[in-house]
Design a protein. Structure first.
Length: 237
């Protein structure tokens, strides 16, 4: 059985992922923005899940999340699920926080980063980390991070997952994709012994690999992004 840390697991796909993994007998470490938000998953805590808190839009609190996870002991996998759709926090939550947690959490056996089909519309411009980047930019960057980590840490399967446009609070009630399929792939990638699930450097949609955006697979852009994130945060992957 795996021990899995899931960011942004108080609701939406993160909560659904945690619920499924617990039902399958895995250990889960939940994350919520605050102690008040963690009460939304009291039922999962009562079933044995652990919980950590911290606002991923804040660098200091993100570092605190990593410290809390490390105090709980090693995890087998991390699912970087937390995300926001827009506003001034989009880069901090969708890109900077996954980078910082990757740098600071004791290296797990598997990593999954949630992206979006909208990453194809992102701009390969690292300066957008510190100015008003778009949601598409952030998802291009986090896909790039997943592929960069796969290259730098060959012993740790690292993959990006597009969950599709599913009916969560972010996706809205009219979203057309299958909600179950929206969290199946990340669960499979962190627990299955299927040879495909332990591969690395993939960009996945409903358990099928897709070609990543060209920029995400470009080593030079990967290096520029990692350098920009290291400069911004003071941490190195």
């Amino acid at each position: 059985m795996a021990r899995v840390f899931i960011t942004g697991s108080a609701d939406g796909l993160g909560r659904l992922t945690a619920t499924t993994l617990l039902a399958e007998g895995h250990e889960v470490v939940l994350h919520a923005r605050s102690a008040e938000r963690l009460t939304a998953v009291r039922d999962l805590l009562d079933r044995g899940a652990a919980g950590v808190t911290g606002d991923l839009a804040d660098l200091g609190e993100t570092r605190g999340v990593a410290e809390q996870v490390n105090r709980l002991g090693p995890v087998d996998a991390v699912i970087h699920n937390a995300g926001v759709y827009g506003g001034p926090q989009v880069m901090r939550v969708n890109v900077v926080a996954p980078y910082v947690l990757t740098a600071l959490i004791e290296r797990p056996r598997r990593l999954v980063y949630l992206t979006s089909g909208m990453h194809s519309g992102g701009h390969a411009d690292v300066s957008r980390l510190t100015r008003r980047g778009s949601y598409s930019d952030s998802k291009l960057f986090v896909t790039t991070l997943a592929l960069a980590v796969a290259r730098l840490w060959p012993g740790v399967p690292s993959n990006a997952v597009d969950p599709g446009w599913v009916p969560t609070r972010m996706g809205g009630p009219g979203a057309p994709d299958d909600l179950r399929l929206g969290h199946l792939t990340q669960e499979w990638l962190v627990t299955s012994d299927d040879p495909r699930a332990v591969s690395t450097g993939g960009c996945w949609f409903h358990q099928r690999r897709r070609e990543p955006p060209p920029a995400a697979a470009d080593e030079q852009f990967q290096q520029r992004l990692l350098a920009g994130l290291a400069e911004l945060t003071g941490f190195r992957v």
